[in-house]
Design a protein around this ligand. Structure first.
Ligand code: ADP
Ligand code: ZN
Length: 758
């Protein structure tokens, strides 16, 4: 059944629906009923889908041509979603690239490119604005009406005056007098649409260093030279605290002065309030838009509209801000801060990498892209050192600020004096010392909960508590209200169960190992009893509820009300507090244990980044960094402790090249998930066969069970494809799909340039 009777020959549009369709039937053709004609490319529409004609949202991706189907099979666009401004062409093209490269249907890609707040029109309101009509003012008017009329007449701007402002100026509390004026034809209303968001935390931070360092000057000078010279990519390797942010700000300042716009990406939502404050403080005359998923829906919509309308000149955001609807021809610079961060990779479809898309956007917009990091990704480092991209370096911190001394503690050697199996005396003593002297400390532990391994105390029994649905152990979370003082939770499928009081197999007692942040907090409260309750604060995703929470905590830490901040990687990056005299890493080994070729790279990054939170003391006293490890001789740990980036990177790149792994090769990972192990294996084998038969020069590793062999009752079989170029991998995937294997969906995950291999 058709919803509209056409009154004339229909025109056609190609629509990508927001549904997980197959990649090869990504766009569907629909007729446009005359009353909706014409529909702009980029519009969001609703179309009937499937036999039942279920109304489904989609995007008009291009104009269509008359399909060869019988008239009774024609389906019509139901309506155009007027709440959503059509997407600019540049964003459609970028999305198309993402869809092709990351093997995600176009409709699904577009669904994730546009924030849902924008699609829903959250916070949008239409308000009356008023202006004076040409009708002459009568001799007599009631006082309230007279005051309103005077205020309207006095409003000396081209735009009409907003109703709320008008009533306030006229000191009138009700709308009655205004309506009377409207009836008399003395004033006229205009409806103006606006999106109102709440204020975003952050404030203004206008600080500007008195003098730039020579290194900063040099980088700014050479990147400036490329600002109007078309597309280019720059890697800024600057040690932690070398003042990279100042370099970004100075470059953005130059871009704004040319009348262009700038986009800056940061890896964590948590870091935006600080950076946002610096941008807004530095550029008070320009609108800085902030885009990330931690915003309230109406805020997010308001910010997005500010970018779309061209009002915002600077955009700051996390990964998805790479899709900010900035005008391509106005874009003057893209900055990607902490470009090595894994959080730039989206871990659901489309599995895009924000940094890589930033580079693509820079190419398309013909502007420079600046990638900054103290520990660049091996991918970027390889390009920067081979001359493909420009390399800039800042090896030291501004005068008076030195890099901290890093002490690596062999945890196995601290056996006797250990406070806990996972916590040595050196770290505890250090914490005691700095906090007693009134200073601050940061303690990092990348493991949530109270204990991450629970098993029978009887060695011959061997029982351990594992998740029924996943190949993983259950994590104990403390909750004193519960009978056993806590419950068990699986961090993969989020199932929770009761904590038994004894071993379910043999009845002996249970032992709880694997220190988590919750338990670390308890230990620190006991050991540092001179501090009061509010002076020790834990920051992890169990404890922190949203951006405001974290912002308040960091504020209190900045005012030194909090003395010890402990937590997961949420606190490892970007924070800059001069009162921090000790940084402790409870375990440098959390990343090393992962069965992943990036384990060393991650370990180096973790140790250097967290160590970088210390030693920024301007008064010359050295801060301490204490890193605990069971593998104190591991090159990643040793090089990070010695601040030897070049040696580490050289060693690591050589290993990757020898093993034929990224960045020497390009990788695509495919995971087959199924409740039935044999089905998963069969699909994986069929895919491996088809990929092998594709005739493309690729190497296939596997199929084999993934390190996380089962999650949420689904078995996981993985395979990796390696080749010299992404094009080769893309063609092999295309052939396999034509052969009928690799149907994207629930059961098959295709991850192009994967960041983790779990
Ligand atoms: P990075 O991002 O490289 O780790 P930041 O940009 O956070 O470093 O800078 C570290 C600290 O140095 C900040 O407190 C910053 O205000 C300060 N800083 C930056 N440039 C200068 C300078 N030229 N002179 C003095 N201090 C500076
Ligand atoms: Zn589970």
């Amino acid at each position: 059944m058709d919803l509209f009777e056409p009154n004339g020959p229909p025109s056609w549009v190609q629509v990508a629906v927001e549904r997980g369709l197959r990649l090869d039937v990504d766009e569907l053709t629909y007729a446009v009923p005359t009353e909706l004609h014409p529909i702009a490319v980029g519009s969001r529409v609703h179309v009937p889908l499937g036999r039942g004609g279920t109304p489904t949202a989609g995007w008009v991706v291009r104009e269509g041509s008359t399909p060869k189907i019988s008239p009774e099979r024609i389906k019509y666009v139901i309506d155009v979603d007027e709440r959503v401004t059509p997407l600019p062409k540049s964003l459609l093209e970028l999305s198309r690239w993402v869809s092709d490269y990351y093997q995600c249907p176009m409709g699904m890609t577009l669904a994730s490119v546009v924030p849902s707040a924008v699609k829903k029109g959250t916070g949008r309101s239409i308000k009356r604005h008023w202006s004076r009509s040409s009708r002459p003012q009568p001799d007599r008017l009631p006082p309230a009406q007279l005051r309103i009329l005077t205020a309207v007449t006095a409003h000396d701007e081209p735009e009409p005056i907003a109703e709320a402002m008008l009533l306030e100026k006229a000191r009138v509390k009700t709308r009655g007098p205004l309506q009377a004026l409207e009836r008399a034809g003395l004033v006229e209303a205009t409806l103006i649409e606006s999106v109102r968001g709440e204020d975003i935390p952050g404030g203004l931070d206008p600080r500007r260093p008195a003098e730039l360092t020579d290194e900063q000057n040099k980088v700014i000078r050479s990147v400036t030279q490329t600002l109007s010279g078309g597309a280019s990519v720059h890697v800024l390797h600057g040690v932690t605290g070398s003042g990279k942010t100042e370099v970004y700000l100075q470059l953005i300042e130059r871009v704004l002065a040319e009348g262009k716009t700038a986009l800056m990406l940061v890896p964590e939502i948590a870091l935006t309030p600080q950076t946002g404050a610096r941008l807004s403080g530095r550029f008070p005359n320009h609108r800085v838009a902030i885009l990330h998923s931690g915003l309230h829906a109406s805020q997010r919509h308001a910010e997005w509209q500010a970018v779309r309308s061209g009002e915002a000149r600077v955009v700051l955001g996390a990964r998805s801000a790479v899709f900010a609807p900035l005008r391509e021809e106005e874009l003057g610079l893209i900055v990607v801060d902490e470009e090595h961060e894994g959080s730039y990779k989206q871990e659901q479809s489309p599995r895009y990498h924000g940094r890589d898309l930033a580079i693509l956007r820079g190419h398309r917009a013909n502007c420079p892209v600046l990638l900054g990091s103290a520990t660049p990704s091996m991918e970027s480092w390889a390009k920067a050192t081979s001359g493909k991209w420009a390399l800039h370096r800042m090896r030291s911190r501004p005068a008076g600020m030195t890099l901290p001394q890093v002490e690596v503690i062999d945890l196995a050697q601290e056996q006797k004096s250990k406070i806990d199996r996972d916590l040595g005396k050196t770290l505890i003593d250090g914490l005691h010392e700095v906090t007693s002297a009134g200073h601050q400390a940061i303690v990092l532990l990348n493991r949530r909960g109270w204990a991450s391994w629970i098993g029978c105390s009887n060695q011959t029994c061997g029982f351990t508590l594992r998740c029924d649905a996943c190949e993983s152990s259950m994590v104990m979370h403390r909750d004193r209200r519960l009978p056993q003082g806590g419950h068990l939770k699986c961090h993969h499928c989020l199932r929770a169960t009761r904590l038994p009081s004894q071993c379910p197999d043999c009845g002996k007692g249970l032992i709880k190992l694997g220190l988590g942040t919750q338990r670390l907090e308890e230990v620190l409260r006991e050991e540092l009893s001179h501090l009061n309750t509010d002076q020790i604060v834990r920051v992890d995703s169990d404890q922190i509820n949203g951006l405001h929470d974290l912002h308040n905590i960091l504020g209190a830490f900045g005012r030194r009300e909090i003395r010890v901040l402990l937590g997961t990687q949420m606190i490892a990056k970007g924070l800059d507090f001069p009162g921090v005299r000790l940084v402790g890493v409870v375990s440098a080994d959390t990343a090393l244990q992962l069965p992943d070729f990036r384990a060393s790279e991650r370990t180096f990054q973790l140790v250097s980044q967290v160590a970088g939170r210390a030693g920024r003391t301007p008064d010359g006293t050295k801060a301490r960094v204490i890193v605990q490890s069971m593998h104190p001789d591991n090159p990643a740990v040793v090089h990070a402790a010695e601040h030897e980036w070049d040696r580490f990177a050289e060693h690591e790149l050589a290993m990757r090249a020898a093993a034929g792994l990224p960045p020497a090769k390009r990788m695509v990972r495919i995971v087959f998930r199924d409740r039935d192990l044999d089905s998963a294996l069969a699909s994986a084998n069929a895919a491996a066969q088809a990929l092998g038969d594709s005739g493309e020069p690729i190497e296939i590793l596997g199929p084999a069970p993934c390190p996380m062999a089962r999650i949420d009752e689904r078995y996981r079989i993985g395979l990796e494809m390696l080749a010299d170029t992404p094009g080769t991998l893309g063609r092999a995937l295309g052939r396999a799909r034509l052969a009928g294997v690799l149907k994207a969906g629930e059961k098959v995950v295709i991850d192009v340039d994967p960041m983790t291999l779990l």
